[in-house]
Design a protein around this ligand. Structure first.
Ligand SMILES: Nc1ncnc2c1ncn2[C@@H]1O[C@H](COP(=O)(O)OP(=O)(O)OP(=O)(O)O)[C@@H](O)[C@H]1O
Ligand SMILES: [Mg+2]
Length: 374
C-alpha cells in the first residue's frame, strides 16, 4: 500500500445541526417520551474519524476547515503540498451552486483529489437537466416537467398521484407531507406555494408508488443495496405520514416523520434478478452523468411493474459512519477505514497513472498540427 500526504478539506462556518442537538442533550420528543434520541456525530467529529482512518493506514494527514475562506483553502494546498486532497467541501459562501467550483480550483492547480469532477457535481445538482440526460441514455426516470409559472400548470399531461418538488434544491428542502397530491386543485395550490413561498421553479413528477432503494457505488462497483423503509403511522393531526423522505424526516430527529423512516441494508426480500436490474440501472446512471470514485443513486421501484426509476444521483453522498453509504460499505465487508482509504486510493492511482488520455477533437487537432509541422 502506498503511503501518501493527504489534505482533507471541508467547509463549515457555524455550529451544525448535530452540534445543536448535542447541546440540547439527550431528550425524548414531546409526542413520545419513551423514545430517546441519540445525539449524532458533529461535522467535526466526522472529519476527525476520516483523518484517523487514513492515519491508521499510514498516510500523513492534515485536516483543514476552510471556513468559507478562499485564501485559507489556497494556503492549505500550497503549504502542505498534498499528493491528494480529500475533497469534502459541499458549498462555498453558503451557496451549494459553488460546490463544483472547488474541484475546478484543484484542476487548475494540478492537484489530484477525491470524488467527482466539476461537471458531474454541477449536473447532478440540476435534477431536471440530469434527468433529461439520463432519459436520453434510455434510463428510467419518472415522467415530469419543470413549471416556472402557474399558467404552465394548466395543461399537464401527467398521471396522479403527483409529487411537487423544488427544481433546484437538495437535501429534501421544500419537501413535506403535502408534496404528494392526488387531485388538480391540490396540485395547483402546491405549485403556487413552490413558486411564491419557496421562490423556486417546481419539478412536477409522477409519484412512483413502491419501495425506495439506494445504490451506493464505490469505484466501479455497486455496493449492497440499501432500502429506506416507511413505517406508516399518523402525524400529530391524525393524518397518515407520507411514504417519502421529507425535510423533517431527514433533519429533525424529534419529528414523527424522522421516526417513520428506517434505513435497512442489505435489502430484505428482494428478488435477486430485480436487485441486479437495480444495480445495472444505477451503474449506467453513474456513467451517464460522468461520475467517478463514489456516488449514490436513489431509486423507487414501481410496485406494479417492478421497474426501478431514478430519483437522483448524489455525487457527494454523506460519508459519515452513521450514514447510508457506510452501511452499504459495511454490508460489502469493508470497515469504515477501508472504505475511506479505498476512495483515497482511487485518487492516488489516478495521480500515478498516465496523465491525460487524448481523445476525440484533441487527437484530431494533434494529428493536424503534426502534419502541418512535419
Ligand atoms: N417521483 C417520485 N416518486 C416517489 N417518491 C419521490 C419522487 N420524487 C421524490 N420522491 C421522494 O422524495 C424524496 C426526496 O426527493 P429527492 O431525492 O428528489 O429530493 P432531494 O431534496 O434531492 O433529497 P436529497 O437530500 O437526497 O438530495 C425521495 O427520497 C423520495 O422519498
Ligand atoms: Mg434525494
Amino acid at each position: 500500500m502506498q503511503r501518501s500526504r493527504i489534505l482533507i478539506l471541508w467547509n463549515q462556518l457555524d455550529d451544525d445541526v448535530y452540534t445543536h442537538f448535542r447541546r440540547d442533550g439527550r431528550r425524548a420528543p414531546d409526542w413520545d417520551p419513551t423514545l430517546q434520541i441519540e445525539p449524532w456525530e458533529t461535522g467535526e467529529e466526522e472529519m476527525q474519524l476520516i483523518q484517523r482512518s487514513l492515519e491508521e493506514h499510514g498516510h500523513t494527514v492534515t485536516m483543514v476547515n476552510v471556513r468559507d475562506n478562499f485564501d485559507t483553502m489556497l494556503d492549505a494546498i500550497r503549504t502542505t503540498k498534498p499528493d491528494v486532497v480529500m475533497n469534502l467541501v459541499e458549498f462555498f459562501r453558503d451557496d451549494a451552486e459553488l460546490e463544483h467550483d472547488v474541484p475546478a480550483l484543484y484542476e487548475l492547480l494540478g492537484v489530484e483529489y477525491t470524488g467527482n469532477r466539476p461537471l458531474a457535481l454541477s449536473l447532478c445538482q440540476k435534477k431536471p437537466q440530469a434527468k433529461a440526460l439520463l432519459a436520453a441514455h434510455g434510463l428510467p426516470v419518472p415522467r415530469g416537467v419543470v413549471i416556472e409559472s402557474i399558467d404552465a400548470a394548466a395543461n399537464l399531461d401527467l398521471e396522479f398521484p403527483i409529487i411537487v418538488k423544488p427544481a433546484f434544491d437538495d437535501a429534501s428542502g421544500g419537501i413535506d407531507a403535502g408534496s404528494v397530491v392526488h387531485d388538480r386543485s391540490s396540485l395547483i395550490a402546491r405549485i403556487d406555494k413552490m413558486l411564491h413561498e419557496h421562490k423556486q421553479a417546481a419539478l412536477v413528477e409522477e409519484y412512483i408508488e413502491g419501495r425506495e432503494i439506494h445504490c451506493a457505488i464505490l469505484g466501479d462497483r455497486p455496493l449492497p443495496l440499501y432500502e429506506m423503509q416507511f413505517k406508516g403511522g399518523n402525524d400529530e393531526h391524525g393524518k397518515p405520514l407520507p411514504k417519502i423522505i421529507t425535510y423533517r424526516a431527514k433533519w429533525d430527529p424529534y419529528s414523527r416523520e424522522h421516526h417513520a423512516v428506517q434505513g435497512v441494508c442489505p435489502v430484505p426480500d428482494l428478488d435477486p434478478a430485480l436487485a441486479r436490474t437495480i444495480e445495472d440501472v444505477a451503474m449506467r446512471a453513474y456513467r451517464a452523468l460522468g461520475c467517478r470514485d463514489y456516488a449514490r443513486v436513489d431509486m423507487r421501484v414501481d410496485s406494479r411493474t417492478n421497474q426501478p426509476y431514478i430519483l437522483e444521483v448524489n455525487p457527494n453522498p454523506d460519508l459519515a459512519e452513521s450514514c447510508a453509504f457506510n452501511a452499504s460499505a459495511k454490508a460489502a465487508g469493508l470497515t469504515y477505514a477501508q472504505m475511506i482509504c479505498e476512495i483515497v486510493d482511487l485518487a492516488i492511482a489516478r495521480k500515478a497513472g498516465p496523465k491525460k488520455v487524448v481523445t476525440g477533437v484533441d487527437a484530431l487537432l494533434k494529428e493536424y498540427l503534426a502534419k502541418k509541422q512535419g
